[in-house]
Design a protein around this ligand. Structure first.
Ligand code: BDR
Ligand code: CA
Length: 374
């Protein structure tokens, strides 16, 4: 599973992206070629980070997939669609289309879960359009999914490469939880899980819950209880990276298949939301999650102990973060039944949570990568 682009070619397109910036394809006040060269040279590790991208495309997923596939710091081993923003019957063909548009048909795409672990699927068509790509109809991909399921493929790749593979999960955590449930000894072999999801400052689909955790709270809980090193990039930071007209124009102006496709998806979604009177921009949740792997200085991470609410009638999917101990549970109920043990324990962080972001740095990186001539 090697990439089509050699490292040298990838460095070339990073160079090209800086040249594009310098020649003024985007508004010059937003960018500086020097800064982009500095960002790229300081953040390009000698060995790319090997990732599996678990996703529910999804407008911002589409942009995140493109960003990952055009960044030499990352080696994408597989793409594993899951239901979420739209049903799997759409996220799977969307993922195939996006991988094909990026010219990366060497990457296996495997079908994931069609439903959350125990709940009925709730989608976010209101945010992503009926087809998940803002309503843009791309031709059907020639690329087909591999015959393994997403969980089979993830297990096989992880087991063949112990402690080498990170899972970047930018949809509901159903596929990841299914891997952990179906293979109880696999957790120590997964290098890390980098998650777009959750929030320590209120939700976006209910006052309590962020969408990905809301869709499958039980899956999120399994992942946060797994002991695997976790990074959570939640609404606390992703709400601060809002894509607007000027960035969409920059993507439309660049002449490569990825930036053209990204421009179409974003333009359609922006128009749709503007017409509905609901927004003149929207958050790049998933691209930020990928970007901070490429350039860690884009966000600030802080240790937390994060737990996921699963039983709340109104709050399922809420993420609660302790920054220090003691960690407490709600008091036991006086039901007359034998008392539930009241737990209080010391602080042991289970996740790095993104608490701050540099939006300008993020957008410079995103646009440089997507607009570079491949
Ligand atoms: C998350 O939910 C989805 O709608 C987005 O793709 C993102 O992964 C944000 O809450
Ligand atoms: Ca997503």
């Amino acid at each position: 599973m090697t990439s089509n682009l050699s490292l040298r070619n990838r460095r070339d397109f990073l160079r090209a992206s800086a040249v594009t910036l310098a020649t003024g394809a985007f508004p010059s006040s937003l960018f500086s070629a020097t800064e982009i060269f500095a960002t790229n040279s300081s953040s390009t590790p000698s060995k790319p980070l090997r990732i599996i991208l678990d996703t529910d495309p999804g407008v911002d997923d589409a942009i995140a997939i493109f960003l990952a596939l055009r960044s030499p710091e990352l080696h994408v081993e597989a793409v594993t669609p899951v239901c979420g923003n739209v049903p799997l019957s759409l996220t799977l063909p969307n993922a195939l289309r996006l991988v094909e548009i990026a010219g990366r048909t060497d990457i296996p795409v495997a079908a994931g879960a069609a439903a959350p672990l125990v709940r009925r699927l709730v989608t976010a068509k209101y945010a992503h359009g009926n087809n998940g790509l803002g309503g843009v109809d791309f031709p059907e991909a020639k690329l087909k999914p591999v015959s393994e399921t997403a969980t089979e493929l993830i297990r096989r790749i992880v087991r063949a490469n112990p402690r080498e593979i990170s899972i970047v999960a930018i949809g509901p955590l159903t596929n990841v939880a299914t891997v952990l449930k179906s293979d109880p000894t696999i957790a120590p072999l997964i290098k890390s899980i980098v998650i777009m999801g959750g929030s320590l400052s209120g939700g976006n689909i209910t006052p309590a819950a962020e969408f990905n955790f809301y869709v499958d709270p039980e899956a999120a809980r399994i992942v946060f209880d797994s002991g695997i090193p976790l990074t959570m990039v939640g609404l606390d930071v992703t709400r601060k990276v809002i894509i607007r007209e000027e960035q969409v124009r920059a993507l439309e102006a660049a002449q490569n298949p990825v930036s053209q496709a990204a421009g179409k998806i974003l333009r359609a979604n922006l128009d749709r939301l503007t017409k509905a009177g609901s927004a003149n921009g929207f958050a790049m949740h998933d691209p930020l999650t990928v970007a901070q792997l490429i350039d860690p200085s884009v966000v600030t991470l802080k240790e937390y102990f994060v737990e996921i609410e699963t039983t709340g009638e109104l709050t399922a999917g809420q993420s609660l973060g302790y920054s220090h101990g003691p960690v407490r549970r709600s008091p036991p109920l006086e039901t007359g039944l034998p008392p539930v043990e009241y737990l209080e324990s010391d602080f042991k962080p289970n996740a790095l949570v993104a608490v701050d972001v540099d939006p300008d740095k993020f957008f410079r990186l995103l646009l440089a990568r997507l607009t570079a001539s491949a």
